[in-house]
Design a protein around this ligand. Structure first.
Ligand SMILES: [Zn+2]
Ligand SMILES: [Zn+2]
Length: 382
């Protein structure tokens, strides 16, 4: 989608099949007609009619991938953290894995997709809310290429990550700005950082611009103003339709300068309960003042974007939907408790963290579940 495609589609050509003079006359009358409509609408809607007061009106939702989808980008709801799954023509990439609490969710989500091999794992940087979930994925899946920033961290999580990389005999690629990679029908280019020696590790985040030729997605990890300003100065193409808001909406990221240049129409914020005030009001206001629609995983659950030649569609609250589907189709009515074959936890049928259909076992009583060696879920507390 080019930046102006919406307005182009909305522009009606009055010249079609008309004589030149007739068309001109008709255009004049038509513009008078529209001017009247706008005036009336302005009066009715308090004058905000021309200001696009609801930027979210350009989000078009669907329940599943439309035919012709070339690229899908899933912003998995992993609470406070990032986890993005990209698919194009049967090829998969995982960008960040969320924190440890959600590690099993990430692994089982990939299992549900029937994935055995990931073409790429991109680790934006080594903070736990991005790296932890990667460790489980490396344990469970074959990965062709691991892309990560060129710095080291002294955290336990980083230590576990290095161990599993060694065990699997994988060597990470530390990319340079401008490097390009293919994923199915899509490509992605490394757009940040310009160096790996920032004092703030967030600024060392590996950022990518992903595109299928029709739409582009900009994901910069937790990059902050310093790295943003350096990549803006580098002159690399940052234009995008969809921007994953850096550092979960921190006020020190997503500067006006970046938004002016990247010009996204939709922003996705991956965020959960946190003590940092993410996303901050300053960032939300900057997005709104740029007329950018906002989707957030804490409000919209798992968010999937489907890109095709002539469309960009959104599937929001994907978790809730899939759980609802299971609830109606798979749970025997007499079951009082549902166990997870893998984690050996048991849940109330209403728990938001139910296992996928294939991993469910059913118990008539709490006692049965406990006797079978299952322990109660910490969320629904059965
Ligand atoms: Zn983070
Ligand atoms: Zn971070």
């Amino acid at each position: 989608m080019t930046k102006n495609s919406n307005s182009k589609n909305d522009t009606v050509s009055f010249n079609y099949n008309s004589s030149k003079r007739g068309a001109k006359h008709f255009q004049k009358r038509a513009s008078l007609f529209f001017a009247t409509i706008i005036l009336v609408a302005s009066a009715l809607f308090g004058g905000n009619f021309l200001l696009n007061s609801n930027p979210n009106s350009n989000i078009s939702t669907v329940a599943s991938a439309p035919t012709g989808t070339n690229l899908s980008v899933t912003f998995l709801d992993v609470g406070q953290g990032n986890c993005v799954i990209v698919e194009s023509n049967g090829h998969y990439m995982l960008i960040d894995g969320g924190n440890s609490q959600y590690s099993s969710k990430v692994v089982s989500y990939l299992k549900d997709l029937g994935i055995t091999t990931l073409d790429y794992i991109v680790i934006s940087h080594y903070d736990a809310d991005h790296l932890s979930g990667i460790i489980g994925v490396l344990n469970n899946y074959k990965v062709t290429k691991v892309i990560s920033p060129d710095y080291e961290s002294d955290t336990k999580t980083y230590g576990s990550y290095i161990s599993i990389m060694n065990k699997k005999n994988y060597t990470a690629i530390h990319p340079s700005i401008g490097d390009e990679f293919n994923l199915g029908n899509a490509t992605f280019k490394i757009v940040s950082p310009i160096k790996y020696s920032y004092e703030d590790e967030n600024d060392n985040s590996v950022g990518i611009r992903l595109t299928d030729g029709s739409h582009s997605f900009l994901l910069l990890g937790d990059a902050e103003a310093q790295s943003e300003s350096d990549i803006l100065n580098s002159g690399i193409d940052l234009s995008c339709d969809v921007y994953m808001v850096s550092h979960h909406g921190s006020s020190n990221s997503s500067t006006n300068a970046l938004l002016d240049l990247a010009k996204p129409s939709i922003a996705v914020i991956s965020v959960g309960k946190n003590d940092y005030g993410h996303p901050t009001e300053q960032t939300l206001n900057r997005l709104l003042s740029h007329n950018i629609s906002i989707l957030r995983t804490d409000q919209d659950g798992t968010i999937i974007a489907y890109s095709g030649k002539d469309f960009l569609k959104w599937n929001i609250n994907f978790d809730t939907k899939s759980i609802k589907k299971e609830a109606t189709s798979n749970i025997p009515t007499e079951a009082s408790y549902i166990g997870n074959k893998n984690s050996l936890k048991f849940h109330l049928p209403t728990c938001p963290n139910l296992p996928t259909a294939g991993n469910q076992v059913y118990f008539d009583s709490r006692e049965d579940a406990v006797n079978e060696g299952f322990s109660p879920c910490g969320v629904c507390k059965p």
